[in-house]
Write a protein that binds this ligand. Structure first.
Ligand SMILES: [Fe+2]
Length: 209
């Protein structure tokens, strides 16, 4: 609680590679900000889980979160979202990051659910962050239902899986799901990552949509 992370770009070669990938694909800045917020939450959760002795890599988790929506610029529909990102990351030689991206959309629960801690954490972090704000699982699902009314059935089908995932993460941290949500809502989300990346992104030709 209360820990603020700051990752100067010069000390994060992996994040610089991620930035180059996002820029080369034309990912818009709003997606970059969302991804940076998810990355901050995912890194926080992965670090906490690792402290309990679980085998989870916070750096891979953060990088996977940063890249989980990288196909948002390529115009694919929601049905192929995740699959497209996975294919791009696989082609770039990052199979572990590809699986994180592939297994983050809601529809993954019926086809290819998250398995590793890194995949589960990014999936969950993405479902508690609306745009670049932490809103909790309930708030995020409400946001998705409003934005995608045609996908209400799919969202409803994923909800029990998401509740179980939240329980699994909370239990590993010795918290109840409500305590985990309260902690995340109170957590001072540090967007240093987005703030670090955005100027470099624009300087390298990233365009506001
Ligand atoms: Fe996504």
């Amino acid at each position: 609680m209360g820990v603020r992370y700051s990752w100067p770009v010069a000390q994060r070669p992996n994040d610089r590679v991620a930035l180059e990938i996002l820029r080369s694909l034309g990912v818009p800045p709003n997606v970059l900000r969302h991804s940076a917020a998810v990355a901050a939450v995912a890194f926080h959760l992965a670090s906490r889980l690792r402290e309990t002795g679980l085998a989870v890599d916070p750096a891979i988790t953060r990088l996977g979160a940063l890249l989980h929506d990288l196909d948002k610029a390529s115009g694919g529909g929601p049905d192929s979202h995740g699959q497209n990102a996975g294919q791009i990351l696989q082609a770039l030689g990052h199979p572990d990051l590809a699986r994180i991206a592939q297994r983050h959309p809601l529809q993954a629960w019926t086809s290819d659910p998250p398995q590793s801690w890194e995949e589960k954490i990014v999936h969950y972090a993405d479902k508690v962050v609306e745009e670049d704000r932490v809103v909790g699982l309930k708030g995020r699902l409400e946001g998705l239902r409003q934005r995608y009314p045609g996908h209400a059935e799919e969202i409803g089908a994923a909800e029990p899986h998401l509740r179980r995932l939240e329980e699994e993460i909370a239990r590993a941290l010795n918290l109840s799901p409500d305590q985990l949500t309260a902690e995340l809502l109170a957590w001072p989300l540090d967007l240093a990552l987005a703030q670090d990346l955005a100027p470099a992104y624009h300087a390298q030709g990233g365009k506001e949509k």
